[in-house]
Design a binder for this molecule. Structure first.
Ligand code: HEC
Ligand code: HEC
Ligand code: HEC
Ligand code: HEC
Ligand code: HEC
Length: 567
């Protein structure tokens, strides 16, 4: 059994947050080593960058087949089927192949962090491979296990056997569609505990599928299965527990709940009526109407089906799709940069559905203008959710009648950092505190900061033991007494009474209040904060050297989620 398929006992790691917080404003000498060894003043010798990845050749194994083998029928291209009213190809293969799930193993950020983990804990290399490849190369992990082998990092980066091709195909079609209903929703299914049988049955949402073409060409039987549209399928990978290792590199049996997207969703109003697919595999077309289409271009006499889920899997990671578009040849993928850029644009548009921003009527308190700003979470989980590098912040400007800036907080720097009053505030080793009120030189950042056993922020998953701060906005309906509350409770929000399920209110205190006649607010989202990028730039493994070059060529600019103005 793979290490992570066992139900893990999760331990709650509630650190003494206040004690662990370096004070904001101390001038940025970094104290942590967590960034991946960035504090050393001796120059680090970096290896040459990781070579380009081999292409994914269409491959069939005992249990799986790469997504390319489904294209014969489930890729629309020039055919008359599976198009949106505006003419866009909405076929599963077309949309999936430009999504982050298709690139889950060809993702240079992911490869950097895994290679760094194995290099820093060589004694635990096999365990790290098993743990880190399980969800990012899920089909190949299972196939290797069935063959009595363990998938390795090298098979992704260099391998040319069938299992390596399957590995580079990421979260591939034949994995998701073969996840068995047996243990779904149980904790044993989380953190990569999905099960796949040997029956070669491809589960789908439609009754009585025409089985012959698939049986003949790919030796799978399409089968109607109710469970495929349930969030519990997604839960298998979108609940991530990273195992704790002891001094000799053996798992202790406990772990750090790094991502809890499904558990967050379970403790929300969405759990009763909006599964993940409702937002991530939307069934409405560009005209807002339910899509009705044949689901295969062959044979050409198939009846139309509805609902039809678009496999776009838009999340927040448009930045990585742009990096991939810049470096598509390096990834070995046959997808064009144009397709990836389109996917990035869809991701950015999706981010703009995630939140509502409102500036309340300002009031004067003495000479200080008090401006309340509300952020409402419109997603089915925390905002932001997922990998703990994601963050969101407010850029707020107070202007005079003639446009002079009299107050500014949270200006994005050109290099992916955050500035207030012209000074970078998101310094290495610092945890910016959650704020109910924001004054001069301060900033409100929504994020989960993973820390190590010393309480310092740390980007290395295997050194993380918990969150030192988690003020990501809760989903609507989240409750202290709801499911998984102990695992998803916010951390470090103090006594902020306006931090409520589904929303947060922050009040800005602007001196020179009577001269301010206009307030502008922008909510930003960022995949990769500057400190994470800086840490990778000095991480001495080939994948990090490669990724760092990519990041230098395209610094991690934040994406605008919402804007508001009040005169
Ligand atoms: C992350 C899991 C996942 C992956 C990966 C995935 N699918 Fe799906 N697929 C689903 C879900 C969930 C549905 C049900 C959508 C709905 O109707 O709500 C679905 C539906 C379908 C359908 C029925 C038609 C429709 O869109 O409703 C077909 C055909 C299909 N998928 C083929 C594919 C192919 C081919 C690939 C790879 C190119 C693929 N899927 C990748 C989860 C996945
Ligand atoms: C249980 C499944 C699972 C396991 C096991 C897992 N991951 Fe992930 N990983 C995910 C998911 C899901 C995401 C995407 C979350 C998001 O987009 O916010 C992700 C995202 C990432 C990212 C961010 C990629 C990007 O482009 O921003 C990195 C880096 C990463 N994982 C590294 C690792 C490492 C290192 C390991 C092993 C310690 C690991 N993962 C194990 C599921 C998993
Ligand atoms: C030779 C054509 C062909 C190929 C290749 C093919 N399919 Fe299909 N697929 C079909 C047809 C035909 C249907 C049924 C359409 C119907 O009845 O409306 C179907 C249905 C499905 C369904 C929906 C089942 C349901 O009951 O909802 C899924 C899921 C699916 N295929 C996945 C895949 C995957 C994954 C691959 C690649 C491994 C693949 N298919 C390869 C032709 C094909
Ligand atoms: C009501 C709509 C909605 C529902 C339901 C929903 N999501 Fe999301 N999801 C979004 C939006 C909008 C975003 C973009 C904002 C963000 O990144 O947090 C998003 C982002 C994500 C991300 C990317 C996070 C990041 O920033 O890297 C992942 C992963 C994700 N969702 C998974 C899921 C899973 C798994 C479920 C079900 C358990 C789910 N979502 C349910 C709307 C939804
Ligand atoms: C077998 C594991 C697995 C399953 C099952 C799975 N995912 Fe994912 N998903 C991943 C991994 C791994 C990533 C991150 C890839 C990366 O960033 O490198 C990811 C990323 C995502 C993202 C983030 C995309 C972005 O651009 O930010 C969304 C959204 C998402 N998945 C939705 C879903 C939904 C909805 C389901 C259920 C229908 C699902 N996933 C099922 C493994 C899985």
């Amino acid at each position: 059994m793979p290490i992570l398929a066992r139900p893990l006992r999760w331990i709650a790691v509630f650190l003494p947050i206040v004690a662990a917080l370096p004070i904001q404003g101390c001038d940025g000498e970094s104290t942590g080593v967590g960034g991946g060894g960035t504090t050393s003043s001796t120059p680090i010798e970096l290896p040459p960058p990781l070579d380009p990845l081999p292409a994914v050749e269409p491959t069939k194994t005992d249990q799986f087949a790469t997504g390319g083998t489904c294209a014969q029928c489930h890729f629309a291209g020039e055919s008359a089927t599976m198009h949106d009213p505006n003419g866009e190809d909405i076929s599963p293969v077309h949309l999936w192949r430009a999504s982050m799930m298709a690139f889950a193993t060809k993702d240079p950020y992911y490869l950097s962090v895994v290679q760094d983990a194995r290099t820093s804990r060589p004694e635990a290399e096999a365990l790290i491979d098993a743990a880190c490849l399980r969800c990012h190369a899920p089909a190949a992990s299972i196939e290797s296990m069935s063959n009595g082998a363990t998938l390795t990092f090298e098979s992704i980066t260099e391998g040319s056997d069938p299992v390596s091709h399957l590995a580079r195909d990421g979260v591939t079609c034949s994995l998701c569609h073969q996840i068995s209903p047996d243990n779904l929703g149980e904790s044993g299914s989380f953190s990569g505990g999905f099960e796949v049988g040997f029956d070669r049955e491809m589960f789908g949402p439609h009754k009585a599928p025409n089985t012959q073409p698939m049986e003949f060409f790919v030796e799978y039987t399409p089968v109607y299965a109710e469970h495929i549209t349930k969030s519990e399928v997604c839960a298998t990978c979108h609940t991530v527990v990273v195992p704790f290792l002891d001094a000799s590199g053996n798992p202790t049996g406990d772990g750090f709940l790094e991502q809890a997207t499904y558990l967050e969703w379970q403790n929300s109003t969405y759990a009763s009526n909006a599964p993940c697919g409702q937002c991530h595999l939307p069934t409405e077309g560009s005209d807002g109407l339910p899509i009705s289409s044949a689901i295969s271009k062959y044979p050409d006499n198939l009846s139309k089906r509805t609902p039809f889920g678009q496999h776009s899997f838009e999340g927040g990671n448009a930045y990585m799709l742009r990096i991939l578009a810049d470096n598509v040849a390096w990834t070995g993928s046959e997808v064009s940069s144009a397709e990836l850029l389109k996917a990035a644009e869809r991701g950015e548009a999706h981010l703009q559905t995630a939140a509502e921003l409102t500036i309340l009527e300002p009031t004067l308190s003495g000479s200080v203008l008090m401006v309340g700003i509300d952020i409402v979470n419109r997603t089915g989980h925390k905002l932001p959710t997922g990998y703990p590098s994601r963050r969101m912040w407010l850029h707020v400007v107070g202007e005079s009648q003639n446009g002079e800036i009299l107050f500014e907080s949270g200006k994005p720097g050109s290099d992916g950092s955050i500035e207030s009053n012209g000074k970078r505030v998101d310094l290495e080793g610092l945890i910016l505190p959650h704020r109910d009120e924001v004054g001069e030189g301060e900033v409100q950042v929504y994020e989960a900061i993973a820390v190590d056993s010393t309480g310092e922020p740390n980007h290395r998953p295997l050194q993380q033991i918990g969150f030192g701060k988690d003020n990501r906005i809760l989903p609507e309906g989240w409750s202290n007494s709801g499911p998984n509350a102990e695992w998803t409770a916010p951390q470090g929000i103090g006594s902020d009474a306006t931090f409520a399920p589904g929303k947060d209110r922050v009040t800005y205190r602007m001196p020179a209040g009577s001269s301010i006649t206009r307030v502008k607010a922008t909510l930003y989202y960022q995949t990769l904060p500057r400190t994470n990028a800086d840490a990778l730039a000095v991480t001495p493994v080939p994948a990090a050297v490669r990724f760092s070059d990519m990041v230098k060529a395209r610094p991690p600019a934040p994406v605008v989620m919402a804007t508001a103005v009040r005169e």
